[in-house]
Write a new protein. Structure first.
Length: 277
C-alpha cells in the first residue's frame, strides 16, 4: 500500500505509511529535538524513509500523521483550520474543557456558546449519551463531528437538538467538513452546573467576597438566589471569554508557525515556536 504525502508541493510515496501513522503519533512529543525525531523516523520507517533534504523530521512526521492517521488530534486540527479559525477574531475557542463527568473536545463563545464532540472512525458512540447530557446542560448548542461514513448513524445516538458535522479526506490530505444538521438552541440550561464550571475565585469576584470566608457551594447558592437563568448563562459565557480569551488569541497569533500535530500543546503553553522548533 502506498500513501501520497504532500509537502510544500513535493510528493513522495512511502510503502506502508498508513500503518506507520499511529506509531509515529504515539512516539512523537512536541518537545523532542530534531535529532530525536529523526531517530523516530528511522526506527519506524526503516529503509522506507526517503531522503528529504529540504524537509525536517518534524515536518515529515506531521504530514504523515495528518495524512494517514485520522485520530481525534488530526480531525480536531483540521476542524480548527476549516471551521473555527475563519470565524470572527472576537470568537473564543477552548480545548478540552471539563464539564461534569466529561471533557468537551472543543467549544466556542461568540455571543452564544457551542460545544463540539469529535467521534472519529477510531471511536465508538457508546459514551455519547452521557457526554451530550453534560454539554446540553451548559452550552446553548451542541454538535457531534464524525466521518462521512458514519454520520447517518448518529440520529440513533443523539437528541434531535444535537447538530451534526461530517468530514471527509480530500486528495491533498486535508479534511473538508459539512454541516449535516443544524443544532437547536437549548432552552433548559442547568444554571447550577454552569456555575460549578467557574472557579471559586471568579465567583468571589462577582460577589466581592473573600474566598477564605465562604465555600464555593454557598457562593453557588447565593448566585442561584440572586440571578435568573438568563443572567447566569451570560456570566458563564463571560467567564469562558475572560478565562480563555488570551489562550485563543495567543494561539491565533502562533498558528501560522506551528504544526497541526502541536496545536493543543501550544494552545496550553503559549510558547514561541522558535523556542521549541
Amino acid at each position: 500500500m502506498f500513501l501520497e504525502v504532500f509537502m510544500g508541493g513535493k510528493t513522495a510515496y512511502i510503502e506502508g505509511l498508513a500503518d506507520a501513522g499511529q506509531s509515529l503519533y504515539d512516539a512523537y512529543s512536541t518537545v523532542m529535538t530534531e535529532a530525536n525525531l529523526s531517530g523516530v523516523l528511522d526506527a519506524i520507517l526503516g529503509a522506507n524513509r526517503f531522503d528529504y533534504p529540504q524537509t525536517t523530521a518534524r515536518d515529515l512526521i506531521n504530514s504523515i500523521v495528518l495524512g494517514s492517521y485520522p485520530n481525534e488530534a488530526t480531525i480536531k486540527a483540521n476542524f480548527i483550520n476549516g471551521i473555527l479559525l475563519p470565524q470572527s477574531p472576537k470568537t473564543v475557542s477552548v480545548f478540552e474543557l471539563p464539564i461534569g463527568k466529561s471533557r468537551v473536545d472543543m467549544c466556542k463563545i461568540n455571543g452564544h456558546s457551542a460545544a463540539y464532540e469529535i467521534k472519529t472512525d477510531l471511536d465508538t458512540f457508546y459514551r455519547l449519551e452521557g457526554q451530550l447530557k453534560d454539554y446540553f446542560d451548559v452550552f446553548e448548542t451542541v454538535y457531534v463531528v464524525t466521518s462521512e461514513a458514519r454520520w447517518r448513524e448518529l440520529p440513533d445516538y443523539v437528541p434531535e437538538a444535537c447538530g451534526i458535522y461530517s468530514y471527509r479526506q480530500c486528495e491533498d490530505g486535508t479534511y473538508k467538513f459539512c454541516a449535516r444538521r443544524r443544532a437547536i438552541k437549548s432552552s433548559e440550561l442547568d444554571s447550577e452546573k454552569q456555575l460549578s464550571v467557574m472557579p471559586k475565585q471568579f465567583l468571589c469576584s462577582l460577589f466581592g467576597k473573600e474566598g477564605r470566608r465562604v465555600s464555593k457551594a454557598s457562593l453557588i447558592r447565593s448566585c442561584l438566589e440572586e440571578h435568573d437563568g438568563r443572567e447566569i448563562n451570560h456570566l458563564f459565557k463571560r467567564y469562558l471569554q475572560q478565562r480563555y480569551g488570551c489562550y485563543w488569541d495567543r494561539f491565533r497569533e502562533l498558528q501560522p508557525e506551528i504544526y497541526e500535530i502541536d496545536y493543543q500543546w501550544f494552545y496550553r503553553y503559549g510558547l514561541s515556536p522558535q523556542a521549541i522548533y
